[in-house]
Design a protein around this ligand. Structure first.
Ligand code: ADP
Length: 297
């Protein structure tokens, strides 16, 4: 069964600088790095590397940036039949990384912001799990969730970047994935009360709430249980893409028929493995690497 990702794809342009520019200032950095990105594309690559059959629906332009994320999705074996080419600039993210580790990011959404309900696949046949994020318009997220439900697919939303969800969307969600900040914002409570905050979201109609806790691991809360996974111990090099890896691998494992505890454990281990290498998509583990880490537990 297929995992369908409806989401964003970008070209990330990264520049290392001594310190971020002040307003009106120019600073000189070293060589720019150009990498494929966007939460939708990242999660599609993570799910495909983890062994799932993955289809992607998103929007891209016809400009010089388009081949970067498209090529990476294609190389990962993602089905791009529903990737729409629009008369709009492709999405890009301008990322400045200062010596103190602080990142400043400017995203030009471009075509991603124009992904409309009419661009969704006509049929959701063969889709077992729909996985979305919030870098595309809310009405498209809602329309995709409605269609997936009607087709009998499970609906998964990674509520990143944080924004409030429309009332109609909550009961359509089988699975919500959030980090600590997104959880606190959605639940309207201070950070540090993960279990009660997650439980309060269940009352809005979502089936299971997964919370990623960075170096503290992850947990899932359902009406009947709370399961926790401490972080898998690794030598951390760069945490970029850990959250996207968690989401993609979770979808891959669930679409393969895994139960929640097993899927949580695989996603938790995969998120940690993504921290051992530089970059987002470049750091995502293969199914073999995830399985090897799981069997060594
Ligand atoms: P986000 O980047 O979306 O905030 P997190 O930082 O919570 O996501 O990371 C997602 C998952 O990746 C975590 O739940 C955990 O499984 C894994 N992870 C992240 N940071 C670490 C770390 N320092 N050590 C081990 N695992 C980590």
């Amino acid at each position: 069964m297929t995992v369908l990702i409806v989401g964003s794809l970008n070209t990330d342009i990264l520049v290392r600088v001594r310190r971020a520019p002040l307003p009106g200032e120019t600073v000189l950095g070293d060589d720019a790095q150009v990498q494929p990105g966007g939460k939708g594309a990242n999660q599609a690559v993570a799910a495909a590397r983890a062994g799932a059959a993955v289809a992607f629906c998103g929007a891209i332009g016809r400009d010089t940036f388009a081949p970067v994320p498209r090529g990476a999705l294609s190389a990962a074996g993602v089905d791009l039949e529903d990737l729409r080419e629009l008369d709009a600039p492709s999405g890009i993210a301008l990322i400045t990384i200062a010596d103190d580790g602080e990142n400043s990011i400017t995203v030009a959404s471009g075509a991603n912001a124009r992904l409309a309900p009419e661009h969704l696949p006509a049929e959701f046949t063969g889709v077992s799990h729909l996985l979305m994020q919030q870098e595309i318009p809310p009405d498209t997220v809602l329309a995709a969730a409605v269609r997936a439900k009607a087709a009998g697919a499970q609906v998964m939303l990674n509520a990143a970047p944080a924004r409030q969800l429309t009332d109609e969307l909550w009961p359509l969600l089988d699975t919500l994935i959030v980090n600590e900040h997104e959880l606190a914002q959605l639940a309207g409570v201070p950070e540090g009360q993960e279990e009660s905050a997650a439980r309060s979201l269940l009352s809005r109609g979502v089936g299971a709430v997964f919370v990623t806790l960075g170096a503290r691991g992850s947990l899932v809360v359902t009406a009947n249980e709370v399961l926790k996974q401490p972080a898998h111990k690794v030598d951390v090099l760069d945490t970029t893409g850990a959250g996207d890896t968690f989401c993609g691998v979770l979808a891959a494992w669930l679409s393969g028929g895994a139960a929640l505890p097993e899927a949580l454990q695989a996603a938790n281990v995969a998120g940690a493995l993504a921290c051992t290498k530089l970059g987002a998509q470049a750091a995502m583990p293969t199914r073999g690497e995830i399985e090897a880490a799981l069997s060594a537990l």
